[in-house]
Design a protein around this ligand. Sequence first.
Ligand SMILES: Nc1ncnc2c1ncn2[C@@H]1O[C@H](COP(=O)(O)OP(=O)(O)OP(=O)(O)O)[C@@H](O)[C@H]1O
Ligand SMILES: [Mg+2]
Length: 614
Amino acid sequence: MNAVIPASAHRPIRELPDELVSQIAAGEVVERPASVVRELVDNALDAGAKQVTVRLAGGGVRSLVVEDDGIGIPTGELPLALRRHATSKIASLADLESVATMGFRGEALAAIASVAELSITSRAAGAAQGTRIDARGGELQPAPRAPGTTVEVRELFFATPARRKFLKSDATELAHALEAVRRHALARPDVGFAVWHEGRLVAQWRARTGTDGGGERLADVLGAEFVAASRGLHAVRGPLVLAGRVGLPEAARSRADQQYLFVNGRFVRDRLVAHAVRSAYEDQLHGSRQPAYALFVRIAPELVDVNVHPTKIEVRFRDGRAVHASVQQAVDEVLAQTRAAAPPGPAAPIQEPSPPGAAPWQPSLALAEAREPAPPWLPVGRPGVELPAGGATGLATWALLRGAAGAPAGLPLQRDGAADEWPLGRALAQIGGAYVLAENRHGLVVVDMHAAHERIVYERLKAAQAVGALPSQPLLVPVAFAATAAEVAAAEAEREVLLALGLDVAPLAEATLAVRSRPAALPEADLADLTRSVLAELATVGSSRVVQRTRDELLATMACHAAVRANRRLTVEEMNALLRAMEATERADQCNHGRPTWRQVTIKELDALFLRGR
Ligand SMILES: Nc1ncnc2c1ncn2[C@@H]1O[C@H](COP(=O)(O)OP(=O)(O)OP(=O)(O)O)[C@@H](O)[C@H]1O
Ligand SMILES: [Mg+2]
């Protein structure tokens, strides 16, 4: 049948038959039952429906019906509704440029009708009765119907078996179709939705018309879990009005399956906005972890082009840069509030199963007395707390903190009393060389001291760097260390960047580098180690590429080196200073790698542990 025709052989140019044109066009719009659901529900919403019902059979391939109670289609216009390039939604280019409806191409019904059997039954608001039209024959028949529209689609891709083969199992197609309705449901809390499959109700969302309808619908669709592990966002930023919820870093997922973005009520995938959101999580999320969010963006229709993709799943912003900055800022602000000072709520999952084989808590309480030089944590990011001029040595910082640390050590242990005033409570002891125990109003607080300190140092470095180069402190005796050729080369090539980080590094000999001044904020870091790590990172990025992101990564590396190591013994005063510094630090709830820095164990949980009822 398919004789191979050499590409060079001449074939006459001819116009394609209408049917084939539609089928080609349908290829862009209709990929699977879910695409049909999306188009038909779009139409229902454009018609002002308050209740939309979707009935599927065979995953929507065998039969797919969408009913609405919208304005309906006047009988005389029914044949037009099925024609390509026929629409009631725009009439001019100006309309297109400020389109506020979901549809505007006048193609969806024609496209679907070219790859399936399609009929419409509709009754317009003022009409005495309904009318049915069958796409194939085109004749009109009276049909009983309450005001509104029913579109029925059967045997999707019946005439194009090649495409039908690409469909997956009924269950998979149903899942996709459901997801399409969920997106609509999130965007339109004021509309009720129901989805039936094979006569069974599989999803239903009642119309939410109260003052917080949007919030209620979010909980209905995404679940209480999502709501508990996210924070609300309401902001007017640049050209955008933003609303929705963003997931806490520790509720991030391994897949990007809970990222809902709506632009003017339309679900879209937008790399620009997705990137802006992701960068707000930058230093709180580990590599491939995906934040969960439902973000509703409103923008003047003139500032966004919705006509850039056949299925309208993409948009193009006139000023992408402004949109990016606005989204990043707004999300960033919400995340910054997840600081330690927030009362422990469902935000911080409280009970985490202990890892298998975890040692039982041992009574190795080290109520530390040691007189080591104090660790250099320092509250920053709060007005009123200044970085000491010229940087602080551990002891100088310690002296500064002693004044601020509040609760003196050695108070009698009391469940309610003086411990109330600090969100993270009053330090009691250090265990396992790694954890600080404290008591607050809710019970026990356990702090991972390295992770917490790392976050504090990191935020401090970021704050300092935002003002300019990191202050540096010249060394009386340079610290020399053996270096590889690559390290020496990187030190020379990246001199400027290193200086901005407070590191003056110069080649001393062919295979030796010398650190001549150090970041003043990191008096305790091992300079050879620190410099090597920074050089290694710089070598992989290349200097011209050192953008903010890389800078933050470099600061994170430095913070990790500078943070107090495990097994370092802390005095009770030092522990309290750490707690106070955490409370004053933005994003203190996670370390730079997204792990939690502290956990609350409530009295109730302790009671449960000991089977004690109260
Ligand atoms: N459920 C409905 N209720 C009322 N009118 C409808 C409904 N569905 C379709 N229509 C009418 O039929 C027309 C054609 O619908 P169709 O979906 O093909 O195109 P569109 O929505 O205008 O644009 P697009 O191709 O972008 O979806 C619409 O413009 C609208 O006037
Ligand atoms: Mg449409």
